[in-house]
Design a protein around this ligand. Sequence first.
Ligand code: SAM
Ligand code: SF4
Length: 328
Amino acid sequence: MIDPFGRAITYLRVSVTDRCDLRCVYCMAEDMSFLPKRDLLTLEELDRLCSAFIRLGTTKIRITGGEPLVRRDVVRLFGALGQRLGNGLNELTLTTNGTQLTKHAQQLVAAGVRRINVSLDTLDPARFTQITRWGKIEPILDGIFAARDAGLAIKINAVAMKGVNEAEFDTMLGWCGEHGFDLCLIETMPMGDINGDRTDQYLPLSIVRARLRKNWTLEDTDYRTGGPARYFNVKETGQRIGFITPMTHNFCESCNRVRLTCTGTLYMCLGQEDSADFRPLLRAGVTDDQLDEAIHAAIARKPKGHDFIIDRRHDKPAVSRHMSVTGG
Ligand code: SAM
Ligand code: SF4
């Protein structure tokens, strides 16, 4: 699958649910309304769509959400997709908030998952509850260590927020180093209405990186995970730190990904509204050839890039859907 700008589309992110057991302030409003269950693709439909993407050249699939591990029986989907590893698919991975990891870590490994991203914006228990509106940090830390003990490589993802967790990154980098985790910092993106003002939270990572350099030696590396993060080796810990800067740096040129929602809508760009809806096709009983053709037609519409600009005057997000719809 080559898009109109010559980019090979090899990476599919799949949001398996829009629901979540937390309500991170930058991601969701407290009183989010979620989709009725009948609108969601079944796990079999998700598997069929993913299989079509693998057939057409997708080599990496990341399962995300909402919180993917709150979807009932999601482990079955991991099992089904895991069968395709080494047979078109090179990597099956997961982004999770960690609340259910203690329960699922072993099954994920059994399905063939080797690396996961866990979102954790702070190590401070009170601040964690404040950011997630009601979460408790302890089960998440237990989950992270259960995942590590089960053999999963872990990257901690933290959204950098001005005046919230900005004084913690030295501590977090040290903690990640101590436990063998990579750390990736993310700028807040203006997606979905959250009942709040994002311009207050936005913290450019160029500032964070300059501050970190006072205490840590960040060495350039060409390490890439096929994502938009720019990585550095942290000399003192032997681990890596990545920076995802959609707001200050254009990360679109090497974009290799598309995003499928739990209702079967494919977004060709995180920062644009255009989409292709596969649910009616699946439910009308299309053949594999027709499905492949529809996927090709969608990829042919992949735009050159996003233009995230916080609409300050109207105080509206640049993209109206929440990150939990497309999974980030
Ligand atoms: N629930 C899972 C989790 O939190 O890891 C997976 C889905 S979550 C939407 C995926 C990632 O998107 C998380 O790392 C989260 O911090 C990030 N995210 C959510 N809303 C964001 C926003 N407005 N700007 C930047 N990152 C955001
Ligand atoms: Fe849930 Fe993840 Fe969004 Fe937090 S970032 S509310 S854990 S989907």
